[in-house]
Design a protein around this ligand. Structure first.
Ligand code: HEM
Ligand code: HEM
Length: 181
């Protein structure tokens, strides 16, 4: 079943898409301004906010994925070369995958470091691995690496493609995801 027979995403898919974008912008801004996390770094407000927003992003991606699997995607725009349809699909699935893997790695790393995760200071989130559990020490480096050199270049390609469709091909691909269109 397609998300929409009129070739655009449903309101739910759009709200989730743009909400994740806003949260990701905040998440990178916080990630880059929070104190560097070392051996005995206390969980400051910014670090705690990074954990909380990251867990919320993870939850939203799970909801998005379930929505996507149940509803499928809208029919492709007429006249788009098949390679573009296929490469867009590959990038979308890679984004979904990395948006699951990156927060999970962060969560594992915070657990490994013994840093408590309190969702917005209110709800305790369980630790995923024991403190200094063998084998999990490099999760922090991988988390940062994939967040910066995996997600960001993919988003760059994704946004470039959206702008290419809007300004150069002048088709309605961007409008499929815009509110109210
Ligand atoms: C999509 C969601 C997330 C993104 C894009 C993200 C992004 C980042 C970035 C860019 C850094 C590097 C900061 C620096 O320059 O040093 C970082 C570090 C870190 N993040 Fe996240 N993060 C996310 C989710 C999470 C979650 C859910 C947690 C924990 C619950 C978390 C825990 C950490 C930790 C512990 C570090 C320090 C890693 C280290 O230096 O060893 N992150 N994150
Ligand atoms: C200014 C930034 C952005 C623009 C203009 C944009 C635009 C779009 C457009 C037009 C589509 C529909 C593509 C199609 O119909 O084939 C789409 C889908 C998608 N976007 Fe974005 N996007 C942006 C940011 C992001 C970010 C930051 C992410 C996640 C990291 C993201 C992840 C996705 C995913 C996963 C889909 C596929 C939806 C699905 O089929 O389930 N986008 N985006």
């Amino acid at each position: 079943m397609a998300i929409s027979t009129q070739g655009r995403y449903t309101r739910t898919a759009k709200v989730l898409h743009w909400l994740v974008l806003v949260l990701l912008v905040a998440q990178y801004a916080i990630g880059w301004t929070m104190p560097h996390i070392g051996r005995n770094t206390p969980v400051s407000t910014l670090i705690s906010l990074h954990f909380s927003i990251g867990v919320v992003i993870l939850g939203l991606i799970v909801v998005r994925l379930i929505w996507r699997i149940i509803h499928g995607e809208p029919e492709a725009e007429a006249g788009i070369p098949p390679w573009q349809v296929h490469s867009a699909r590959v990038i979308h699935w890679l984004l979904y995958l990395l948006l699951l893997v990156v927060p999970l790695l962060g969560w594992v790393n915070a657990s490994y470091r013994g840093m408590p995760i309190m969702l917005f200071g209110l709800v305790p989130v369980p630790q995923l691995v024991g403190v200094h559990a063998a084998g999990w020490g490099s999760t922090g480096d991988i988390h940062t690496l994939v967040a910066e050199f995996g997600i960001l270049p993919l988003v760059g390609l994704h946004v470039a493609a959206a702008l290419y469709h809007y300004f150069i091909r002048r088709d309605r691909v961007l409008q499929r995801m815009l509110p109210g269109v």
